[in-house]
Design a protein around this ligand. Sequence first.
Ligand code: BES
Ligand code: ZN
Length: 825
Amino acid sequence: MAASPEEFRGQARLPHFASPLRYDLRLRPDLTACSFSGAAAIDVAVSAPTRFLVLNAAELSDLAPSEVVQFEEDEILVMGFDRELPVSEGVLKMNFTGTLNDQMRGFYRSKYECNGESRNMAVTQFEAADARRCFPCWDEPAFKAKFKLTLEVPSELVALSNMPAVEETVNGPLKTVYYEESPLMSTYLVAIVVGSFDYIESSTSQGTKVHVYTQVGKCNQGTFALDVAVKSLDLYKDYFGTPYPLPKLDMIAIPDFAAGAMENYGLVTYRETALLYDELLSSASNKQQVAITVAHELAHQWFGNLVTMEWWTHLWLNEGFASWVSYLAVEYLFPEWNNWTQFLDETTSGLRLDALAESHPIEKALASYIKKYAYSNAKTEDLWAVLEEESGEPVKDLMTTWTKQQGYPVIYAKLNGHDLELEQAQFLSDGSSGPGMWIVPITSCCGSYDVQKKFLLKDKTGKLHVKEFTASSADGVKDPNFWIKLNIDQTGFYRVKYDDELAAGLQNAIKSKKLSLMDKIGIVDDAYALSVARKQTVTSLLRLLNAYRDESDYTVLSHVCLSISKISVDATPDLSKDIKQLLINLLLPTAKKLSWDRKAGESHLDVMLRSLLLIALVKLGHNETISEGVRRFHIFLGDRKTPLLPADTRKAAYLAVMRTVSTSNRAGYDALLKIYRETAEAQEKSRILGSLSSSPDKDIVFEALNFMLTDEVRNQDSFYILGGISLEGREVAWTWLKKNWDYVLKTWPSSSLISDFINSIVSRFASEAKAAEVSEFFAGRIKPSFERALKQSLERVRISARWIESIQSETNLGHTVHELLQSGV
Ligand code: BES
Ligand code: ZN
């Protein structure tokens, strides 16, 4: 048994000899002084005799009683008692005070305008470990407890929490709001919002009330999200086989918000851009983002909130599943968006549970999993166990090879007579091959989707007999339509490298439009990744891209664009103009077909594709597109409602304007700033911020970065400016970052936001020398909040550097580029 509080320092997790059963919390935020006071009465169960209680607290003061020891660094609170606490239940009572901070974590303040004046609202963001900044607690997901909240707030304000209010008593300028007691839940899901809001409401088929809260005057922009929410709740009730667990669901837009959205139980918080949708002011891609985000956070109400991961190492289970299910839901709600394909398209890294998507028992098994672990916590293995039981397949063994080792495999495929020979190796972007081995679900189809073969590749190598497809005709000539595609529809999480013969067959299949959309995406994505890893030349990648010339689908092209912007960097300065021209030729026919103007009745995908292609063409330096963008921008300046520049194409025009801006010709920059200052729409602001730093003029980039530091840009929005920095501006951005580092670190303490600075600026470089320079600068400055971002960014810089070297050794590249350019016109 511990003898001194010191013994609890430096531990990763809290001791388990005492745990909370129920929190009775009373909080009183002061929105003017930006502080709060609170009182907690926690029912605690002691399971082994102890002289201490150990829980979390951070940045809280005036904690009583006086025998409390706070270890600030460990964010823990140790209470010593004169006598040993026996195995029993008791109540721990504490009063405390804290600051409503401006750091978008814990209990914080967000600012908004009301009748022309600036006001504060009080908001919480607790994931992963910031509930302790609001009240003393056992701040770990497995310490589930019931929460009974009481808030004392100015009487004219709206005060929300996880559960519905049961009683409200007004006492002059203050009111006290009492909330229903919650079911068992984790601390990171507790939420409070206090401010002035408008709302709209609806209810599910089960009668659960759903509200969307927005800033005053904006609640009609919540209609779309409300509709998606109601439909998603109804869908998930059936899908998870359990009704929505709480009596109400509120969703609310917060002007200052670190993440995109947060799934707090019964009170989901969002960035404005992720919740609000306006028929006239938003783009199709904004609309899609709102739908995906709502569906994602609501999936968490079951997967994450009702059943919670045991510890943060299993977080991927939470996020991976919520993402997967959200795309499933949006695919169901908006089949015409083709979101499922976009899911594959966008998820090129991280773990996808697609291998599981194939098997049917999942849906039944998921429901069992939710029921079995409801109001409790689960580990990754618990999910596999349930899936295994329901499906009779060796899910645990199979999945363990995927979740317990880093990375994923690449399958080398080659044709040897009538055999398709396969060999697996760990895929690493740096080109090395690790020792990893996986149980790989191989699927293949040959010449047609009607002919499929499947097997589990358990060893390093394997063989598939494909005689029926490789047989030559009597005169010895192979069927010209012969092709083999592995990983059908990209449902497995692995890449495939085909030998030349198989690759040529696939190119023909692409040209003659034999392949499914997903397979077309997969082939480009694999080829691109293999090229970065120096397993395939850029020369052959360009030839492959050329096969996509007649492609008109949004997802394939978006993917190609992504690859393009990465290829057309500094590997071959002399050739880069020609390569860009080649890529322009690839995109232009479809862009011309779509034009800048929306057509009556056109599809959501065409609207998205138009904006995507125009942006890509501007970035590739296509003069005609740039001047047309500038022309439309000038019309827009005179008439903000002009049909010539609706939300969907505006970003392309803004980027076009910025490509033409320089210090001596800065009217476009100033005009954009003016629009930024005038608009009240977060999505419009984000479009402008994303353009400001994209000028090729270094001084303008520098000016945009400094603008980011003014209070005209919310700290939550810095990543838009960072994300837009032009290639020409990367050097000035790096100088700027070094100069402002101390300020940046102090102002953006949250890990994800500070990491954006490093990712966006450092990753744009592509030389060993620069990697060394960056490492040197950060030596002695490293903090846990951005350590991983720095390592990953440096890795990317080094991968690019090696990739460039390898491209420079491709003797055929110039010749191929010119040949393709000539054949193209
Ligand atoms: N729970 C996360 C947000 C989060 C994760 C906050 C970790 C703090 C720490 C939330 O469910 C989420 O994933 N949000 C996404 C949006 C979503 C549509 C993928 C986000 O914030 O980007
Ligand atoms: Zn999530």
